[in-house]
Design a protein around this ligand. Structure first.
Ligand code: NAP
Length: 332
């Protein structure tokens, strides 16, 4: 009986593709229970008591939940953002957290750029005009959009995804790019292809100079509510605001105020403070808002790649091996 690794209890808290679930089941005893589905909540709570590993996403793993999981050694999140996890408590309990950076970078940048295009060129509004049979004569000025190429793009958060957005903007659309992060990067060394096309700017200066501002920041205690009334007030008249990161980085009441009473031209939003977006949210039907249902990484290819990476992370960690992408608690 040598070399037979012990089977561990694994709790899958959001559905995995069948091939990745099968990888887990071949090595471990797996319970699939999504706590967001009311009929599965009891099974989820019961499995917590013995789970040594968990894998999933989009559910708050807070202190009280962790207290019910005394055997837990590792959580593998099928996401790059880790704002759903009580990081200090995980660190205190010595629980390893893994996430999925990298594999979703380009797809999420595509989504953010789609929002830039959709808001600037009024794509949804004009497609609906055709669909609803209201295209009855050549369109006039009242339905014109605004150029994207050549406009100044301000990117808040310049990590993997922010840089991928910058490449699209600077190299593909001839857009001067300003970026904001706490520690400016050495472009010549790290991003030579963007040298001379991308400039670091303090937050206020970026807001004042950019025609389009895109948020690509992680949600943390520092970034929660970062975009408030003062910040929207600094933006250029006619500027466009995009959020492709996390809803709570934005004070939604301030955004609405800027759309209704300020000079903000439009907003493209993939994420919201509460998701799914409540039916009574004014952002849902606001004429200046293009709202998406949190689809940043939602393509067949990328969601599968995320699930595969998260599964590998979990299998490695449970086998005592180094996961491919552990989250480093010190980086927030
Ligand atoms: P990343 O590589 O870790 O980049 C984060 C960037 O934000 C870094 O440049 C970081 O630089 C900067 N930053 C962090 N805290 C800051 C602060 N307080 N002030 C200014 N800059 C700050 O992360 P990523 O892979 O690009 O992902 C970014 C976020 O996008 C994720 O955390 C996630 O929430 C979101 N996301 C959304 C979707 C979606 O479906 N819409 C999909 C994927 C990711 P410094 O540390 O130097 O400040």
């Amino acid at each position: 009986m040598t070399g037979q690794p012990s089977r561990k209890k694994v709790l899958v808290f959001r559905e995995l593709p069948p091939d990745q679930l099968a990888r887990l089941q071949s090595q471990h005893d797996v319970t699939v229970a999504n706590p967001r589905v009311p009929e599965q909540l009891a099974a989820f709570n019961a499995a917590l008591a013995t789970a040594e590993g968990m894998i999933g996403s989009s559910y708050p793993i807070n202190e009280s939940l962790l207290a019910k999981a005394p055997q837990l050694k590792v959580i593998s999140s099928v996401s790059v953002g880790v704002d759903n996890y009580a990081l200090a408590e995980l660190a205190a309990r010595g629980i390893l957290l893994c996430h999925t950076p990298g594999v979703l970078t380009e797809t999420t940048a595509d989504t953010i750029f789609s929002l830039i295009m959709a808001t600037s060129r009024r794509l949804v509004e004009l497609a609906n005009l055709v669909r609803e049979g209201r295209w009855t004569r050549n369109i006039g000025e009242e339905l014109f959009g605004w150029d994207v190429h050549g406009k100044t793009l301000g990117i808040l958060g310049f990590g993997r995804i922010g840089q991928a957005v910058a490449r699209r903007a600077a190299l593909g659309f001839g857009m001067p790019v300003l970026y904001h992060k706490r520690s400016p990067i050495d472009l010549a060394k790290e991003l030579p292809e963007l040298l001379g096309k991308v400039t670091h700017a303090p937050l206020d200066e970026l807001l004042q100079r950019a025609d389009i501002v895109a948020v690509v920041l992680p949600l943390s205690s520092e970034t929660r509510g970062l975009m408030g009334e003062r910040e929207f007030g600094l933006m250029k008249p006619g500027a466009i605001f995009i959020n492709g990161a996390r809803g709570a980085v934005v004070q939604e009441s301030a955004l609405l105020h800027a759309l209704d009473h300020g000079t903000l031209r439009a907003a493209g939003l993939d994420v919201f403070a509460t998701e799914p977006l409540p039916l009574d949210s004014p952002l849902r039907t606001h004429p200046k808002v293009t709202a998406l249902p949190h689809i940043g990484s939602a393509t067949f290819e990328t969601r599968h790649a995320m699930a595969e990476l998260a599964t590998t992370n979990l299998l490695n960690a449970l086998a005592g091996k180094q996961p491919i992408s552990a989250f480093h608690f010190s980086t927030t």
